[in-house]
Design a protein around this ligand. Structure first.
Ligand code: PEP
Ligand code: MN
Length: 337
């Protein structure tokens, strides 16, 4: 918070304001200009009431410098947050690699794809058991049966699993099987859902809403953090623009912007951004170069027969080759994959 004093404010006025700031546990930085004095209050600004300063006759104006998101902001924590799940990390030097099918379609496919992506270097498995589909007639996911196959794939590969939670009524069920809970783009502003996952002691991937600004996205993260759960992984998955050549427009700029505004790790999902398998690799490379902390990639053994998102899914061989090439990009920016 910055407090601008009127010309003519005395040393005693400055001292009193300084005392109030220090009394709340913040530090006061005083800058005496030729015309007026400015006091910067540094620390947890929530402890200060701007009205209490604005009401003083010596105060010209009070400027709040803290972003509306607080717990997830860089101002709140300078160091990057690193989230560890069963020995695998998100944030830090090593890139996280979430990979697997869009939907869990059966036991053999989930375990089979899981083994393939694990040997290619994936660090987490993904697969949806509850699917947010545009059409009510499209495949909606296998529900608990799908969660069981995911757990089986975890047992076979040793990799933690991430899966989407769509409804607060399913939270106990999903949390029983999942190591990481995904909140999908369509639910980024489902505040009830955010509040509920905020009460869990489990990492949450918060995908960017398809029409959400960066500030709205971070405010949604704040909902989760304000309930106590600060294990939040932000995921850029493309936004809706006028462009129709791709499924969404991959907002690569959000990665460095969010990393400057927040201490939370940011991963990128080029599969949903691109909507086309041929575009997944260049977008993934761009994301790593821009500073992403990891990737989420859809992989399917028979994309042409996939029950959801086949056109953007890579075959296991293509995924393996892509990861090998991306390792060089990671290395170029001081990361490992
Ligand atoms: C998904 O990960 O399969 C998915 C539905 O993603 P999004 O919420 O980003 O559309
Ligand atoms: Mn999908």
């Amino acid at each position: 918070m910055i407090i601008v004093l009127r010309a003519g404010a005395t040393d005693e006025d400055v001292r009193q304001i300084e005392e109030t700031i220090k009394g709340k546990g913040l530090t006061a930085h005083i800058s005496r200009g030729v015309e007026r004095t400015i006091i910067g209050a540094i620390g947890d600004e929530r402890k200060l009431d701007p009205d209490a300063f604005e009401g003083l006759s010596v105060v010209e104006k009070v400027l709040r410098i803290l972003a509306p998101f607080k717990l997830v902001s860089r101002e709140f924590r300078k160091e990057d947050t690193v989230i560890t799940v069963n020995g695998k990390t998100v944030g830090g030097k090593a890139l996280a690699l979430f990979a697997g099918p869009c939907s869990v379609e059966g036991r053999d496919m989930m375990v089979g794809i899981g083994e393939r992506v694990a040997s290619a270097g994936a660090t987490f498995l993904r697969g949806g058991a509850f699917k947010p589909r545009t059409s009510p007639y499209a495949f909606q996911g296998l529900g608990e049966e799908g969660l069981k196959y995911l757990a089986e794939a975890r047992d076979r590969t040793g990799l933690p699993v991430a899966t989407e939670l769509m409804d607060p009524r399913d939270i106990d069920l999903v949390a029983r099987y999942a190591d990481v809970i995904q909140i999908g783009a369509r639910n980024m502003q489902n505040f009830r859902l955010l509040t509920e996952v905020g009460k869990l002691d489990k990492p949450v991937i918060l995908k960017r809403g398809m029409s959400a600004t960066i500030q709205e996205w971070l405010m949604s993260a704040e909902y989760i953090a304000s309930e106590g759960n600060q294990k939040i992984i932000l995921c850029e998955r493309g936004i809706r623009t006028y462009e129709t050549a791709t499924r969404n427009t991959f907002d690569v700029s959000s990665i460095p912007v969010v990393k400057s505004l927040s201490h939370l790790p940011v991963i990128a999902d080029p599969s949903h951004a691109a909507g086309k398998m041929a575009l997944v690799e260049p977008l993934a490379a761009a994301a790593i170069a821009a500073g992403a902390d990891g990737l989420m990639i859809e992989v399917h053994h028979q994309p042409e027969k996939a029950l959801s998102d086949g056109p953007q899914s890579l075959k296991p061989d293509a995924f393996t080759r892509m990861v090998e090439r991306l390792r060089k990009v990671a290395e170029a920016v001081g990361r490992t994959l």
